[in-house]
Design a protein around this ligand. Structure first.
Ligand SMILES: *Cc1c(COP(=O)(O)O)cnc(C)c1O
Length: 433
């Protein structure tokens, strides 16, 4: 294809220079193959979702809802069948009463551990918000307060599971194993579903009865298989990330073995009540429609992540993962090296947003962080990180964590804007590839 000589006028409205635009076009051209792979993955996962909806006999009645106790909330009960179909599990819990991913994980843990039991994380330090759930950082109501102990086995320096370490760490009181698929806000690589499967097989050989839970946040629909396809007993995530498809206004899910999900339901609502109560109050259509769109949305976000990786790699920045590496989640880290670089990047993402585009993000002190943090998000759903967003702590190596984009074209605009801001600030000088 002959390269366009003129930049589409619309990009000029956003302050993008021809130099930045054509630098992006060249990178995009080189990513054709990768983008086709993302489309092929979306196709497979789209068919999986539609098939699960058909098998569960989804109909328009599913978009109605019960009130009060929510007995026989047909839309809610059917959606849980759909999730069980997508994840190939016996059962699932998917509800607006699960407020977010952290809450879903907290339920899965607290429901299936009892005083004296030990939780073992085999992928190192868990996601920040779980530190308080577990009691690694002391917090009121943590598992530690209920006499549930915690141990962790770090990943090896190359990012793989430390199988020998895991063998030694499993003790009679170990009653649940936790694995985190995505790197979250660390610079380790994310784990593939295949690697997770190998670790679970290893654990099951040692202790066939030991349940394994996977924190699947940011990983859904990036690969053909999910952790539940390779032996995870509970697969847990947030609906304001991948599986909500940008439409779910809140929520979380747990998909897995029937008896574990049952425990989760008793913990979420109340002993004795379990799954029977919990009115869905009108959010069901967004849960269904968001799940339906999710494979495409994830493909768009993946293209954005790959594009950002390629662009910043060309400019000599350190990027995780690299533009040619296989993807296991939608997060892209770019080490910008300076506070000014980090700020300019986030300001570019913000300036490309459909909502709050006129806001200029500034670094701010955040609870739980030991340095200021800058965040860019102009989202329809507050805090939604399947929508285009970027954030990073103001400390070396000044890495930005970039994710989401409900459409590839929005992600592209955001990344071009980030580069334009770096260029305008004189942080990036020559755009030569
Ligand atoms: C986002 C995230 C969570 C928590 O989900 P929230 O919806 O933000 O509460 C947990 N684990 C990982 C790996 C995440 O990325």
């Amino acid at each position: 294809m002959e390269q366009q000589k003129e930049m589409p006028e619309q990009y000029r409205q956003f302050g993008i220079s021809p130099e930045v635009y054509f630098f992006g076009q060249k990178a995009e051209e080189e990513l054709k193959e990768r983008f086709l792979l993302a489309d092929a993955m979306a196709e497979k996962n789209q068919l999986k979702v539609i098939h699960a909806m058909q098998e569960a006999r989804v109909n328009t009645e599913c978009f109605q809802y019960a009130t009060g106790y929510g007995y026989n909330d047909y839309g809610r009960d059917t959606l849980e069948k759909v999730y069980a179909g997508v994840f190939h599990t016996e059962d699932a819990l998917v509800r607006p009463q699960i407020t977010c991913g952290t809450h879903a994980l907290a339920i899965a843990l607290a429901a299936n551990l009892r005083p004296g039991d030990e939780l073992l994380s085999v992928s190192g330090k868990p996601y920040d918000t779980l530190e308080e759930v577990i009691g690694i950082r002391s917090a009121s109501g943590s598992l530690a307060e209920y006499g549930i102990t915690y141990r962790q086995v770090d990943l090896l320096p190359d990012g793989s599971f430390d199988l020998e370490g895991i063998r030694k760490a499993i003790r009679p009181e170990t009653k649940l194993v936790a694995i985190q698929r995505s790197k979250g806000y660390q610079t380790r690589p994310s784990l593939s579903v295949a690697e997770i499967g190998r670790a679970i097989r290893f654990i099951k050989e040692l202790r066939p009865d030991l349940p394994c839970m996977v924190d699947n946040c940011y990983g859904e629909f990036v690969e053909e298989l999910e952790p539940s396809d390779v032996g995870a007993d509970m697969t847990v995530g947030s609906l304001i990330k991948n599986p909500g498809g940008g439409l779910a206004p809140l929520g979380g899910y747990i998909a897995g073995k029937k008896e574990l999900i049952e425990q989760c339901a008793y913990r979420l609502t109340s002993p004795g009540l379990g799954k029977e109560v919990g009115a869905s109050l009108g959010v069901m259509q967004s849960f269904y429609q968001g799940l339906f769109l999710a494979p495409q949305v994830v493909a768009g976000a993946l293209k954005g992540a790959i594009f950002a990786s390629a662009l910043y790699e060309k400019l000599g920045f350190s990027v995780i993962p690299g533009s040619r590496e296989e993807r296991h989640d939608i997060i892209q880290a770019v080490e910008l090296g300076t506070p000014e670089g980090l700020k300019a990047f986030c300001q570019g993402i913000q300036a490309a947003a459909p909502v709050d585009s006129y806001v200029v993000p500034e670094p701010w002190a955040m609870p739980g962080y030991d340095s200021d943090v800058i965040m860019a998000a102009g989202a329809f759903v507050q805090g939604s990180s399947i929508e285009l967003s970027a954030d990073g702590p103001l400390k070396a190596p000044y890495a930005v964590y970039f994710q989401g984009g409900l459409t590839w074209t929005h992600a592209k605009l955001g990344i071009l804007m980030s580069l334009q801001k770096l260029k305008d600030a004189g942080i990036v000088k020559e755009l030569s590839s």
